[in-house]
Design a protein around this ligand. Structure first.
Ligand code: ZN
Length: 288
């Protein structure tokens, strides 16, 4: 490199460098593919379709975080016969596509939706993402389910986070709660209704009996997308457009949560990083 070119280059850098800082609002750091670049997300698409065909295997007791629990269950279905396994599988694939497009690496806890397959057990789901091949851990894990309540009028989604239970979830209960808040906000923003029949009506539940949450060492939530036995929820779930709505909401939740966690570390780039839609009031009251 000659001196003249070097000088020219330096002057270009001097002129160019300050421009993005002025032109790009802080919110840009939270949008676009770079937000999820290099992030590892585990998606747990719930029960395998074939679980009902392997009753002995799915009843086997496995560790679930200080107690034992059956490996898995069959899941529920709409009254029209659309199985929970197929719903969660389809939403998981749509979510995976969106997250990959945003730069994330996605790991799934199951790789098919087939009547001749079963599992994986809750202990395997719970540990998924704790230790990756490179020795690191996933950035978060989202477990996708849907409920099957016959209570009259019961409908809407709820998000389940783990409580503070030493030694199981003490390391992740705070971050998981933040992820749960982000997930609830994203689902509400997509026009989905908080569950009317569980969790006190606020769409947010805390449960200590779920191996999938208890065994996780990375921030995690389980989302019950709605009540498959309710006609309106079932109608949303049975249509591709409805499932796309869930997937979009969950992708937003992942993006918001990971952006928020980055803010917890760096603080300043994110101070004004959320607009009114991006920064629901709930975040203002986050536990430390
Ligand atoms: Zn389920």
């Amino acid at each position: 490199m000659t001196g003249r070119i070097a000088v020219a280059l330096v002057s270009v850098l001097v002129v160019v460098a300050p421009v993005p800082a002025v032109a790009a609002p802080e919110t840009d750091a939270l949008r676009g593919p770079s937000v999820l670049d290099g992030r590892v997300v585990v998606i747990d698409p719930g029960h395998q379709l074939g679980n009902r065909n392997f009753p002995r295997r799915i009843k086997r007791l496995v560790p679930a975080g200080g107690f034992r629990k059956p490996c898995n269950t069959t899941g529920t279905a709409t009254n029209g016969g659309y199985p929970e396994a197929s719903l969660t599988w389809d939403v998981a694939l749509r979510l995976r596509e969106r997250l990959r497009a945003l730069g994330a690496e996605v790991r799934m806890t199951r790789h098919s939706n087939r009547p001749d397959r079963w599992g994986p057990c809750v202990d395997e789901r719970g540990r998924a993402g704790n230790r990756l091949d490179d020795g690191g851990a996933a950035d978060l894990k989202i477990s996708i389910h849907a409920d099957g309540s016959f209570a009259r009028g019961a409908h809407g989604f709820h998000v389940i986070a783990p409580p503070d239970r030493r030694p199981w979830t003490h390391d992740i209960f705070r971050s998981s709660r933040r992820f749960a808040l982000a997930t609830r906000a994203a689902l509400v923003d997509r026009g989905l209704t908080r569950a009317t029949y569980v969790a006190g009506g606020d769409g947010l539940d805390v449960r200590r009996d779920l191996g999938t949450l208890n065994l996780s060492d990375v921030p995690t939530v389980m989302v019950e997308l709605g009540n498959m036995r309710h006609p309106r929820d079932a109608a949303t779930m049975s249509r591709g457009r409805g499932r796309e709505r869930y997937a979009r909401a969950l992708a937003t939740a992942v993006r918001r949560f990971l952006a928020l966690e980055k803010c917890q570390v760096t603080v300043s780039p994110c101070r004004n990083g959320y607009g009114s839609r991006e920064h629901p009031r709930a975040f203002a009251r986050l536990p430390s």
